[in-house]
Design a protein around this ligand. Structure first.
Ligand code: FAD
Ligand code: MLT
Ligand code: ZN
Length: 545
């Protein structure tokens, strides 16, 4: 689908000022007010189409922990009697289920990690989760908590025969206060469903990301997902007010606080935010949701250099101030992958090395439009930005966002993707992409034909948070590529005092590299916490720490 035809170009470096004015005049509501979508959540497609390997074949050095018991018919019978509902169990132990039924729980979104799980449990209540975990702990059965299975670090799928405990049947909204904006909901509520519920009340979920149609709020909190508007709404460490969680021994931790301020003792919920299912299972969350903005504008700009991207960001913060809600960076290669995979066209004519998507969200359409227009004219006149368009209706706005959000899926389109999600001080951030691109070329791994594993090396991400996504799109997962990338990328990040995981977490992918971002003392304390909460190590083994 070509989006250019749908967008009226309002900003052109070479265009006459009168063209800009006339376009604005012709469209009194030049800047679209974002409508609330009532469509059902979209299910994401796993990337790539080729056969996926088992994690145990790709990483034979990972050995099954012999402390864990093998699943037996007795175990399965217990879970059947507990859950009492055929649809709550996918049973491949007693041979009743085909491999195909288990595969969606065994294979991750990137088709890079695949486990050998034979049993999936879908509890319908916190009490059932408690009984499941207690039984697993008593019987030394390893467990992988799973939400929407959209995680990008191999944390959401088993390695060996761990039991998947899925929150997909726990999807009640328990409470919403229309005055304070506090929402309490089950872990299995899909992010987009929660947001649609809130939209009807004039509120917004303080997290948005490309996987919103599939990921679940329990999974979001467990990964401490950052997403597209962290710049505006802050991290889940700030917005989550409470959690309900089940510890491995079955203890229910009820800390579903609805208070914004509560300084009574250690803030235990913080440990579960970003714990990736290693110390317990989150069954519900309480979260503070902001008012939904009435006026949302999106501009999409072409920029000639990374230096100018930084200037544009600085100006956006200065001139847009409190209405700036997203500032996203894309290089031409990342958008190129999206346009190619989707057979779409750029909203801008000509090619630019960099693009940015700027969103404003405010309460006064005229005020916001004026501010945005003044900002755009200023950065155009200073030649910080070469070209740009502003969405003029909801369709255009969605189309621009789709091109940003769709890069994840497009990166895996040719067969697979090596993903690095890093925090680096802004001034050095893009250099990583250039260095890795050169490294792949020098190693003879990147090329146009099937002889080369690497299709392209691309960079995009949340510039507003100094968070870069370095993606190496490949035709197949290949050890030679992996060896050229790791530990090189992690050493590079360490040399800039960056973080090897800005928002996706550690999972299996980064477990052994934690030392590049955390010192020995910190890792030692983390291990003590893990042992305290989960002395038998049944929660999401082989991952994280
Ligand atoms: P899963 O993938 O099922 O699980 C993730 C981890 O959490 C696993 O370790 C799992 O064991 C654990 N877990 C899940 N549920 C629970 C629970 N109830 N209790 C305890 N542990 C649990 N991330 C970002 O931060 N920002 C983005 O912008 C972003 N965009 C994305 C876009 C796409 C297209 C995709 C595919 C992913 C994206 N992600 C992003 C990755 C992100 O981590 C997930 O999308 C999301 O937060 C995971 O939620 P989930 O329900 O799918 O969890
Ligand atoms: C994003 O920002 O698009 C996500 O974090 C997912 C990804 O990196 O692919
Ligand atoms: Zn991201």
């Amino acid at each position: 689908m070509a989006c250019r035809s749908k967008l009226t170009p309002v900003l052109r470096r070479v265009a006459t000022p009168s063209l800009k004015k006339s376009v604005a005049a012709a469209h009194p509501a030049v800047y679209a007010t974002r409508c609330i979508s009532s469509t059902a959540p979209r299910q994401l497609q796993a990337s790539g189409t080729r056969g996926a390997k088992f994690t145990t074949d790709s990483y034979p050095e990972i050995k099954r922990d012999e402390r864990f018991a093998q699943l037996t018919k007795e175990h399965v019978d217990y879970f059947k009697s507990l859950l009492g509902n055929d649809s709550a169990i996918v049973d491949g132990v007693t041979g009743e289920m085909a491999k195909d039924d288990l595969q969606p729980f065994n294979l991750d979104w990137m088709r890079k990690y695949q486990g050998h799980c034979k049993l999936v449990l879908k509890p319908g209540s916190t009490e059932e989760v408690s009984k499941i975990l207690k039984y697993c702990n008593d019987n030394k059965l390893a467990v992988v908590p799973q939400g929407g299975n959209t995680g990008l670090v191999g944390g959401s799928v088993p390695v060996f025969d761990e039991i998947v405990v899925s929150t997909s049947r726990m999807k009640q909204i328990r409470f919403f206060d229309e005055v304070s904006g506090i929402l309490v909901a089950d872990a299995g509520v899909v992010l987009e469903v929660a947001d649609q519920f809130l939209a009807e009340k004039g509120y917004i979920f303080p997290l948005d990301l490309g996987a919103k149609g599939s990921c679940q709020i329990g999974g979001n909190v467990s990964t401490n997902a950052g997403g597209l508007r962290l710049l505006r709404y802050g991290s889940l460490h700030g917005t989550v007010l409470g959690i309900e969680a089940v510890l491995p021994d079955g203890t229910i931790l009820n800390d579903l606080s609805k208070l914004r301020k509560d300084n009574t003792g250690y803030d235990l919920k913080q440990l579960f935010i970003g714990a990736e299912g290693t110390i317990g299972m989150i069954t519900a969350i309480s979260i503070h949701c902001p008012q939904r903005s009435k006026a949302v504008n999106v501009a999409f700009l072409g920029v000639e250099s990374y230096e100018k991207m930084q200037q544009a960001f600085r100006e956006a913060k200065t001139q847009l101030g409190e209405i700036l809600s997203a500032f996203e960076l894309m290089d031409s290669q990342s958008l190129g992958l999206y346009y190619k995979a989707k057979d779409a066209e750029s909203a801008l004519e000509g090619e630019h090395p960099f693009y940015c998507l700027i969103e404003t969200s405010g309460s006064n359409s005229d005020h916001d439009s004026e501010k945005l227009e003044a900002f755009l004219e200023d950065i155009m006149s200073k030649e910080i930005v070469a070209d740009g368009v502003v969405a003029q209706d909801e369709t255009q706005l969605r189309s621009l966002w789709n091109s940003r959000e769709g890069i994840s899926e497009a990166s895996g389109h040719w067969g697979g993707v090596y993903k690095y999600d890093v925090s680096i001080p802004l001034k050095d951030m893009y250099q990583l992409v250039e260095d890795v691109r050169k490294r792949m070329e020098d190693a003879g791994l990147k090329g146009e034909t099937d002889d080369y594993p690497v299709v392209d090396v691309v960079g995009y991400g949340h510039m507003g948070d100094s968070n870069l996504h370095l993606n190496v799109a490949v035709r197949r997962y290949d050890k030679k590529v992996e060896e050229a990338l790791e530990p090189y990328v992690y050493e590079w990040i360490n040399s800039k005092n960056g973080s090897i995981s800005a928002e996706h977490g550690l999972g299996l992918a980064k477990k052994k590299y934690i030392g590049y971002s955390r010192n020995e003392t910190t890792v030692g304390l983390m291990k003590q916490i893990k042992n305290l909460y989960d002395p038998n190590g049944i929660m999401n083994p082989y991952k994280y720490i």
